[in-house]
Design a protein around this ligand. Structure first.
Ligand code: CA
Length: 515
């Protein structure tokens, strides 16, 4: 039994529907729900890091404010510690839709897919009496058939003049080309759907932008945005003598020319003959400007969605959530891309506006992860979380009341050893105070990239929020490490994330567990 679930009484009280409904005879599921359940608009971007959102208050907040996204926090809640369980597009989306960790839902890496029978969230929302729709970037390969309506990009989709597949004709034969930038097109489609929706039922709309995923192509109207601005650089782009371990030294795609095969300077067409410092500076500035111009387009279109809800007269009857499928390294530790368990990649932005339940300007630092989203959305819709979901509802946290038994830690795992961006495979645990990571450095499928050196890293997240000092091996933290390792074992077992199927990985874990 999910003891964190938002009780029927609490839900009714929160939406201002009181005793009359509670006193009504409870003969079936329908009669136990209030008559007007909230609409749910779930907005997700691709690779939009929390530190590229104004209200999260990072070094970028002043140069690249996000007024519309910030509004959700100012009129709702900002969650500080929402983390993904596998920081890459397909697996994160699969965890959101199933409420399950990667091994359970089968989407370990970018090859993952989600068959209609496993599209649990839309299927259960539909069963709960909601009209369900999915518009924008889907990325789970097979048809999003569990939704009443969809209009989605095939695969990654294109930034300009995108083709989308709309429910109706058979999957693959249902393509139509649109004119314009993908963020504008996807917002146009959602607005059109909202205006024409069946108004007799509440809706659950998943609106997914493609931006600001690479290749970071912005709409032409933002070409001059930030042109004459110097984007603040993170300290760790330049100097980080006590960061990392033997397992991570020299790894990852860089901003600087450090990674000769793949670095952002090459990606951005920086003059290869420039000295290290100037090359790195130019690569960072070009990368951040292009990325933030894409973010600007997302933010502007969120403003359009909010305006549409207002015009429709349903702004306060709609729970609006904003998140991204994971974070993104924006030059921290001289890295680009996601995949890492380091903060900027691990953290997901998460903001929710619903004035009928959520106090304006509230914040929470409870540890939440993307397997919790489905349970929460179902709970807010008045539906029950099925036992096959790992995640728990955080609806009570949104209302300012954390359940007493809420988890204190979250498990993470990245599987795609040395694929694309040269990140070694790893797993770890994050609490409010610490982060412990084990880089086992093996591909899960035999015959993939060669193993890399294993190693542990520990960071004190309170004293060292930018993860500049790896304190693993410092005797002062021996007790902390012992406790975190015990927690890791517990979480791996609980969430069916052990390595019985991968004995070559288990061998490395056994050998290095106490090192
Ligand atoms: Ca992504």
């Amino acid at each position: 039994m999910d003891t964190s679930s938002f009780t029927r009484r609490g839900f009714l009280k929160a939406v201002g529907l009181g005793a009359a409904l509670l006193a009504a005879p409870q003969v079936g599921i329908a009669s136990r729900r209030p008559r007007r359940r909230p609409n749910i608009l779930f907005i997700m971007s691709d690779d939009h890091a929390a530190h590229a959102i104004g209200v999260y208050g990072s070094r970028l907040a002043k140069v690249a404010p996000t007024a519309n996204i910030d509004r959700l926090a100012k009129e709702g809640i900002l969650l500080e510690n929402v983390f993904c369980t596998n920081s890459i597009c397909v697996p994160s989306r699969a965890s959101i839709l199933t409420g399950q960790y990667s091994q359970k839902n089968g989407a370990l890496d970018l090859g993952g897919r989600l068959e209609p029978e496993n599209q649990h969230l839309p299927r259960l929302m539909r069963q709960a009496g909601y009209i369900t729709a999915m518009i924008g970037k889907w990325h789970l390969k097979v048809e999003p058939a569990a939704f009443d309506y969809y209009n989605v990009l095939p695969g990654q989709g294109k930034y300009f003049d995108p083709v989308l597949r709309e429910k109706g004709e058979p999957w693959g034969k249902n393509e139509k080309k649109y004119t314009g930038h993908s963020s504008d097109v996807i917002a146009d489609l959602s607005i059109e759907w909202l205006k024409g929706r069946d108004k007799t039922k509440p809706f659950f709309l998943m609106h997914h932008f493609k931006a600001p995923h690479d290749m970071f192509q912005n709409a032409p109207r933002f070409d001059n945005f930030l042109e004459d601005v110097e984007i603040p650089e993170p300290k760790s782009l330049w100097r980080q003598p006590t960061y990392g371990s033997e397992a991570t030294k020299g790894m990852g795609t860089s901003i600087s020319p450090r990674n000769k095969r793949r670095n952002m300077g090459k990606h951005m067409g920086v003059d290869q003959s420039l000295p290290y410092k100037e090359y790195t500076h130019q690569a960072y500035q070009r990368y951040l400007k292009r990325y933030l111009r894409c973010v600007k387009g997302v933010d502007e279109n969120i403003g359009r969605l909010l305006d549409c809800l207002k015009t429709e007269g349903i702004l306060d009857d709609t729970i609006i959530m904003y998140t991204s499928d994971q974070g993104m390294m924006l030059g921290e530790h001289d890295y680009i891309d996601k995949r890492w368990m380091y903060e900027e990649s691990l953290r997901m932005p998460f903001l929710v506006r619903w004035p009928k339940m959520i106090k304006a300007g509230s914040r929470s630092d409870e540890i939440i992860n993307n397997t919790d989203f489905a349970a929460t959305i179902l709970d807010l819709a008045g539906a029950r979380r099925p036992d096959y979901m790992h995640g728990r509802s955080f609806a009570r946290i949104l209302a300012g009341k954390t359940p007493g038994d809420w988890p204190k830690s979250t498990y993470y795992r990245y599987w795609m050893h040395m694929a694309h961006h040269d990140n070694p495979a790893h797993f770890g645990v994050r609490t409010k105070e610490y982060k412990l990571m084990f880089f086992y450095g093996q591909n899960y499928k035999r015959g993939g990239p060669k193993p890399t050196r294993p190693g542990w890293e520990l960071y004190d997240m309170k004293k060292d929020p930018h993860e500049m000092n790896n304190i693993y091996g410092n005797p002062k933290y021996a007790k902390v490490v012992k406790e975190l390792k015990a927690d890791l074992l517990r979480l791996r077992k609980k969430y069916e994330e052990t390595d019985e199927k991968y004995p070559h990985i288990q061998k490395v874990i056994d050998e290095y567990w106490d090192k």
